[in-house]
Write a protein that binds this ligand. Structure first.
Ligand code: ADP
Length: 620
């Protein structure tokens, strides 16, 4: 192996070990002790059998025989009991380690910049980590397993060498041509044979291991597709499309091609693996035979006792097993470094967001002024400006409506305001200071935002509204009644403690899109932040519910600053100012009546387009 590669592998292993230690400090020491006991177990029988056979053939002292049998049984019992207890302990510690690792990954994700969460490369990296863990435990979990194997192999080799060393020092008693077996040349020859066989067998195992490791990434891709075909397709949400949009044929064909491709890959893998393993088995059988001949002849020439035949043959077999185990785990650890690297890369993703330190002034009068100054922005990895040269000032207590066609940049504007992304050019100011300079958490505390693609969680209704584990029920009821959900609440058996959806709770309720939107609004209201942002807040509501929300919302928003994004121009009429977005730019600004006067303007165009469908609204 190349020197730099060795260095890389050692470094990666070091990081992996440190990581396991930080996740659960007791796992490695306990696994080490476990390995010692596990590798000792077979040697008790090998060693004690030799002693018992020698006694049976030799002095035949009954007391000594009894003693040897009792010692054998006691030692076996003790080692197995301790081993079982250690096994249990190590499994427990291993589970804790894996849980801690999952929590660490999840924490990393929730604390990551939103921009990074949306980044497809980071997304893929996280998926690959999960997939490699699921496939072969690749990464941390596999490292724990291979380390245990490495330790077991190492101790087995050490003890077997200790028990076998005398074989080569023994003197022949019989003077015959067979005594040649005791010559140094034969001993060295035998040793070389054993080592060569271990080498060959290892090569076969390494080939087989590498074959599997290399195919993991292919199998991971297959699993992803498999997950889609056999997991998501069963999901009732896509069931409608499959049936109504006639997607059946394409799905069945893709499914068939995929299954055939997968079968071929697994057949090839199985064939190659069987070849390697068959050859390995052949070598091991041949060398086992040679061991028996060599050790047996030594016994015939009187160099060793009959009992020692058991000890030496057993120990040499253990030596072969142990060294193969040791070297195979070294190989597996090297192969696993590729997967460990994914995990390390993920943890090393830098949080490059400038967090800022200035505290946000807590104002009783909610006097916050926001200004976009020549702000331009492109999404990472794209060349098109989602926002271009945006300048707008929003005074305290004002309501700004943002209107425009789909894709004109309305949501992006809000994402920048909430610092989910940073502008590429220009700056956003809060009370005259660049928002990047404020403490991020405090800054976010200023906003209650309901995004168009808001998500509710499979927690209780109250937990969804308050975003906390425990909550004041009355408070939740009050805010739910403000958004018009009191009637629906009265039908829920467990009230605000009712779970949304059925993932974790059979008694959970399924809610309609409109109800979900009301809950999301209630969550924003409960947050009670001085600036409220609603991105298409009423798109899933029927016109009556929409009207209700808007009338109530004016009361609730009160003196707060509010941003409304809506494609329904009629619902923006009550705003102090309307900004019209078109292809990432603000093309018009003003009040509804003023904007409507400009018949060549975008607002007029949008209004006319909607007027066809909302005649009653226009005339209202
Ligand atoms: P609107 O809210 O007005 O419908 P958006 O602000 O969502 O528009 O989108 C503005 C433009 O940015 C669109 O062309 C859209 O395709 C693009 N865009 C939105 N989100 C992303 C993203 N995460 N990555 C790349 N482009 C995006």
């Amino acid at each position: 192996m190349h020197k730099s590669k060795i260095k890389y592998n050692i470094n990666t292993l070091k990081i992996g070990l440190k990581e396991i230690f930080s996740l659960q400090p007791w796992l490695i020491p306990c696994a080490l002790i476990d390995a010692v006991f596990k590798s000792m177990a077979p040697f008790i029988n090998i060693y004690m059998s030799a002693k018992i056979i020698d006694e049976l053939i030799g002095a035949k002292n009954l007391d000594k025989l009894k003693f040897l049998v009792v010692v054998t049984i006691s030692l076996n019992l003790a080692v197995h009991l301790i081993s079982a207890a250690l096994d249990h302990l190590v499994t427990m510690l291993r589970n804790i380690t894996m849980q801690n690792q999952k929590m660490k990954l999840n924490e990393k994700i929730v604390n990551m910049n939103y921009e990074q969460v949306e980044n497809p490369e980071i997304h893929l990296l996280r998926t690959k980590i999960a997939e490699s863990e699921n496939m072969n435990g690749g990464g941390i979990s596999a490292l724990i397993e291979y380390l245990a194997d490495l330790e077991k192999g190492f101790f087995t080799v050490v003890v077997s060498i200790y028990l076998v060393i005398n074989l080569f020092k023994s003197e022949a008693i019989l003077d015959s041509y067979l005594s040649i077996i005791n010559s140094n040349i034969i001993s060295y020859g035998f040793l070389i044979l054993v080592i060569v066989c271990i080498g060959l067998s290892l090569k076969m195992q390494t080939k087989s291991n590498t074959l599997f490791f290399n195919s993991f990434s292919k199998v991971m891709d297959i699993n992803r597709v498999f997950g889609y075909y056999f997991g998501q397709i069963l999901d009732y949400n896509v069931g409608k499309e499959i049936r109504l949009c006639n997607q059946k044929e394409i799905l069945i064909k893709e499914n068939k091609d995929f299954t055939q491709g997968t079968q071929k890959l697994f057949n090839d893998l199985g064939y190659k693996d069987a070849k390697y393993r068959g050859f390995d088995g052949l070598i091991t059988s041949l060398v086992s035979g040679t061991i028996y001949v060599f050790v047996g002849l030594k016994a015939i020439v009187g160099a060793i006792s009959i009992g020692s035949v058991v000890q030496y043959t057993g120990s040499i077999s253990q030596f072969m097993e142990g060294s193969k185990r040791f070297l195979t785990s070294v190989n597996a650890i090297i192969n696993n470094n590729k997967y460990l690297q994914l995990y390390i890369d993920f943890l090393n993703i830098e949080d490059y967001k400038y967090k800022g330190t200035i505290p946000v002034e807590k104002r009783d009068d909610d006097e916050y002024e926001i200004e976009f100054r020549n702000v331009s922005f492109k999404y990472p990895g794209t060349d098109i400006y989602a926002l271009k040269n945006i300048s707008i000032k929003l005074d305290i207590g004002e309501r700004l409506a943002i209107v425009g066609m789909n894709g004109s940049g309305k949501t992006t504007f809000i994402k920048l305001l909430a610092r989910l992304y940073e502008p590429n050019e220009g700056e956003i100011l809060l009370n005259g200071i660049d928002i990047r300079k404020y403490d991020y958490e405090e800054y976010l505390g200023l906003f209650s935002i309901v995004f168009q693609d808001f998500k509710l969680f499979s927690f209780s209704l109250g937990q969804n509204v308050t975003a906390s584990v425990s909550f004041d029920e009355e408070n939740v009821k009050e805010v739910l009644s403000k958004v018009g959900l009191d009637k629906r609440l009265s039908t829920m058996i467990n009230g605000v403690q009712t779970s949304l959806y059925k993932e974790f709770d059979e008694e959970g309720v399924e809610i309609s899109g409109g109800e979900a939107q009301k809950i999301a609004l209630a969550r924003a209201l409960h947050r009670n932040a001085p600036i409220i942002i609603l991105d298409e807040p009423t798109s899933a509501l029927d016109p009556i519910a929409e009207f209700e929300i808007y009338t109530k919302f004016n009361d609730v928003v009160g003196t707060k600053t509010a941003f409304y994004i809506s494609h329904r121009l009629s619902s923006c009429r009550f705003c102090d100012e309307i900004a019209v977005f078109d292809r990432g730019r603000i093309v018009q600004k003003g009040k509804h009546d003023e904007l409507l006067k400009n018949e060549g303007g975008k607002y007029y165009e949008l209004w006319q387009a909607q007027a066809k469908y909302y005649n009653s609204e226009v005339s209202a």
